[in-house]
Design a protein around this ligand. Structure first.
Ligand SMILES: [Zn+2]
Length: 151
């Protein structure tokens, strides 16, 4: 019997494990300013000088024409729901369904994903108007917007 034939008859042993990998990363100039402003409950995007698109979260380069963005503009805090989903997976663990939405902040041309609360999932609809609820203790990340709720 060849060794490869023997190996194929052997049952694989599968171990379950997990690992924690702490890491650090440099936010860069655009994200650093974005998070500093966000901690002050200020929402800023960047504007493309060529296409005039306002990007939120701000980006160094336009996602449409790749032009470097040059201007900072305030956006929100109100937004429009452009899409959504209600996650009911493992409801027992989460206590309640979690709603995620693709939101376009007022003044922005791009959308981003964040969670909705204080909303009845049966009342959710595209075009729904919502507003940002900021975290009580900002941490310098996107969760400084705790969630969005209906206006
Ligand atoms: Zn552009």
């Amino acid at each position: 019997m060849e060794s490869t034939e023997m190996e194929s008859r052997e049952e694989l042993i599968v171990y379950e494990s997990s690992m924690r990998i702490p890491y650090r990363w440099a936010a860069g100039t655009i994200a650093a300013r974005f998070y500093r402003e966000l901690a002050q409950q200020q929402l800023w995007g960047t504007r493309c000088p060529r296409s005039q698109k306002v990007l939120f979260p701000p980006r160094k380069n336009c996602n449409c024409c790749l032009q470097e963005t040059t201007d900072w503009v305030t956006v929100g805090p109100q937004a429009t729901v452009t899409s959504f989903t209600v996650a009911r997976y493992n409801v027992a663990l989460l206590n309640e369904p979690t709603t995620y939405a693709l939101l376009r902040l007022d003044g922005a041309d791009t959308a981003f994903i964040h969670r909705l609360k204080e909303v009845d999932p049966t009342q959710l609809h595209i075009g729904m108007r919502v507003t940002a609820v900021f975290a009580v203790e900002p941490q310098g990340n996107i969760l400084d917007i705790d969630y969005f709720r209906p206006v």
